[in-house]
Ligand binder design. Structure first.
Ligand code: F3S
Length: 78
């Protein structure tokens, strides 16, 4: 799997229900803000597979993962 820094990670704040699963799965990448919504840390440190696993485990699919270079959407799948 590639370098996580090649990923573009977006949280859909309207969808996020604050379940914090992403923060347990990939604590180097996601943290909660003071509105109980997940945010992406500026220096995300987890590997790509860990980040994708966190996106898959989000119950409302609020985490969107794209390849920065190609623009290809890696999760969620359409
Ligand atoms: Fe929100 Fe999903 Fe994380 S609901 S806190 S983005 S696991």
């Amino acid at each position: 799997m590639g370098d996580a820094q090649s990923l573009k990670i977006t949280i859909d704040r309207d969808e996020c229900i604050g379940c914090e699963a992403c923060c347990s799965d990939a604590p180097g990448t996601f943290e909660m803000d003071d509105e109980d919504k997940a945010v992406v840390r500026s220096d995300y440190l987890d590997d790509q597979e860990t980040i994708l696993e966190a996106a898959r485990n989000c119950p409302v699919d609020a985490i969107i993962v794209e390849d920065k270079t190609s623009g290809q959407k890696l999760y969620p799948e359409d």
